[in-house]
Design a protein around this ligand. Structure first.
Ligand SMILES: [Zn+2]
Length: 647
């Protein structure tokens, strides 16, 4: 008993790790993780788990002992874990039905345990000298500045209009403030929470490294929308971003500093010293801030960018912001005033929401490549100039479906049409749309069970069986929304069937795309070619529905950067975003003798009754109400691309 208690006190983390291994080894199923696509991921997991556990055992041993007892360590920190892993493999094979034992797992475990022992020996050899908390906080503060905040200072240096001297003064002030604040926070957190503080610093180091990698590689800023996108992106898509360069970067700039934070022995000192250090830090910050009071305006003008580059501020603050704003959005959507359908004519409207499709790469808008060979032949296709309201999916798809530009959540088009009596179906291979409350919401996986021969990762699955679906409707008005993901990056080459690989060679992964932008563009153009095929097939389907009025509308949620100025993907704040991230295709086809189009003006300020030269996404809501003959107080005829029937 005495011995057991002694053991728990001296080896709490080791025991925790061992318990974790047992739980993970014997749970029947595993949730999806971002790493599922990595080769030999199960072997890596074994290696890391056993290596980590063994290192922890060594570390806790070294904390409690000055001298090494080789025999004991061999039995408890090497042979013991190896035997345990053998036992677990046997149990997986013979005592569970869902897991299997594997000799190679045992080999990976043994390798991991051996590596852990080597780390342990190294730890013993280079035992950290104990330092004061003051010194530790200084090291962490300087490290944070050098490892994670260079992009921040780079931004300041290249965006201020100050003279050379003024620039140096501003930079020096910011460096000093950052050093002092980081120092103070580290001191406080470590003093107050000890081990918890260490773990917190270690986690921050790893996230910091990841954030800096994305800032450097994709020229993004970590603002609220970036954080939202991270939380809204499905694991399987996010895994497209994981590359060897990222792992190496995280290892060097995240894991090693994290280990330092966990392992460095520290003398915490007295509370009085904490008071003095914090007081002095605050005083220094105040003095420097006062000396830079003339910069307030400049800083407030650039606050989003500065905040987005400052680690760990960027994601900590923006995660808090996101949670609080999501809390606000939890509120019920605002109901629109009731509408009603005014005629009995059979009408089918298909709205296709594009993903990251940018105008610049559409032949229909003058692109140099024939990326729209089928649509370009159609005389009855309307091609509008348009811009998106945002540069990321959640806001772009919301803008397409809502009646007006607003931060509030109004009843969106499918919900409203459904409530008014339209037969609405939503088919999606994407996500991030506002909440949809209709009877038929089908994901590509669900469609895959209906059409097992189709590849669910290509958007052709979304138009499968659509004609039968429309013809079998019991209602006169049908609205189908297809939320596609056809040009979703960064692995564009995975988004279309082989026969659409017309532009070659294509970039298969992120690194290749960064090095060879032309290959990335090839892959992207193939996705547009596939989009062309899908839209054209949709129009053909609709044509064959003879006793139906029908329409097909295609609009993208936002654009995409393909390496211009070293920018990739999308998601920059609107005021900084390049045109390619918000100039989008907007294509409309209607059957003969359906609605008449309004005239387009050459100017953005159009005379009444005409359309402006460039449209925005809110035209969709009102134009589709018109097509479905829904009369409603929510309808605004200025935002309708068609003439009203009665007029
Ligand atoms: Zn999108």
């Amino acid at each position: 008993m005495q011995k057991a208690r002694h053991f728990v006190r001296k080896y709490p983390l080791s025991l925790l790790c061992i318990a974790l291994i047992w739980v993970l080894s014997l749970t029947p199923f595993f949730p999806e993780t971002p790493f599922d696509h990595v080769k030999f991921i199960d072997k890596w997991t074994h290696f890391v788990m056993y290596g980590g556990t063994c290192s922890v055992i060594w570390w806790e041993y070294l904390r409690n002992h000055q001298r090494l007892d080789g025999e004991k360590l061999f039995f408890y920190a090497w042979l013991g874990p190896v035997l345990m892993s053998g036992l677990l493999e046997l149990m997986q094979e013979y005592c569970t039905t869902t897991r299997n034992g594997d000799w190679l797992d045992l080999a990976a475990n043994t390798l991991g345990v051996t590596l852990g022992s080597v780390i342990g020996l190294l730890l013993h050899h280079f035992r950290f000298r104990t330092i004061s908390l003051f010194a530790f906080s200084c090291i962490v503060s300087i490290g944070t500045l050098l490892l994670y905040n260079i992009p921040f200072f780079n931004y300041v240096a290249s965006n201020t209009n100050e003279s050379f001297g003024g620039r140096i003064f501003l930079l020096a002030s910011l460096v000093a403030i950052m050093l002092v604040l980081n120092f103070m926070m580290t001191y406080l957190v470590m003093f107050l929470t000890r081990m918890v503080g260490r773990i917190l610093l270690a986690i921050l180091a790893i996230i910091n490294a990841t954030a800096v990698y994305f800032i450097l590689t994709y020229s993004v800023m970590i603002d609220q929308t970036t954080v939202e996108n991270v939380f809204n992106t499905r694991y399987s898509e996010a895994s497209g971003f994981f590359s060897w360069a990222l792992w190496l970067f995280i290892l060097a700039c995240g894991v090693l500093p994290a280990l330092y934070c966990l392992l460095q022995p520290v003398v915490y000192g007295k509370a009085k010293k904490l008071g003095i250090c914090c007081g002095a830090s605050l005083l220094i910050v105040l003095v420097i801030a006062a000396a830079n009071i003339s910069q307030t305006l400049w800083i407030s003008q650039h606050d989003t960018e500065l905040g987005g580059l400052l680690q760990p501020w960027s994601y900590v603050v923006n995660t808090v912001r996101m949670v609080s704003s999501q809390h606000d959005e939890q509120a019920e959507e605002i109901r629109l005033p009731d509408g009603h359908i005014t005629d009995n004519e059979k009408t089918a409207v298909v709205l296709v929401i594009g993903e990251s499709a940018r105008k610049a790469n559409f032949q229909l808008y003058g692109y140099g490549r024939d990326t729209n060979p089928l649509l370009a032949k159609r005389k009855d296709l309307k091609v509008y100039e348009a811009t998106s309201c945002a540069t990321y999916t959640t806001a772009g798809s919301k803008a397409i479906l809502e009646p007006k530009n607003t931060d509030d959540l109004y009843e969106v088009l499918p919900n409203y049409a459904f409530r008014t009596g339209v037969d609405v179906s939503w088919r999606t291979s994407n996500w991030g749309e506002p909440p949809i409350h209709i009877d038929e919401y089908l994901t590509n996986e669900q469609l895959g069970t209906l059409y097992p021969d189709e590849n669910i990762y290509h958007d052709g699955i979304l138009i499968k069986g659509l004609r039968e679906r429309i013809e079998s409707s019991k209602k006169n008005k049908v609205l189908i929304v297809l939320h596609t993901s056809t040009s979703h990056g960064p692995k564009y080459a995975d988004k279309y069937p082989k026969e659409f690989e017309v532009y070659k060679p294509v970039a298969k992964n992120v690194e290749e795309g960064e090095k060879h932008v032309d290959r990335l563009v090839n892959a992207y153009d193939n996705t547009i070619l596939y989009t062309d095929f899908l839209l054209d097939s949709l129009i053909n389907t609709r044509r064959s529905l003879e006793d139906w009025h029908s329409a097909m509308i295609f609009i993208s949620d936002h654009g995409e950067s393909l390496g211009e100025n070293k920018m990739f993907m999308h998601g920059l704040p609107m005021k900084m975003a390049p045109k390619v991230q918000y100039e989008i295709p907007f294509l409309v086809w209607t059957s003969e003798h359906f609605r008449r189009y309004k005239r387009s003006s050459a100017k953005q300020e159009a005379p009444s009754g005409q359309l402006p030269a460039v449209l925005e996404q809110h035209y969709i809501f009102h134009s589709i109400l018109n097509l479905l003959s829904i009369q409603s107080p929510a309808y605004n005829k200025d935002y309708d691309i068609f003439e009203l029937e009665a007029e």
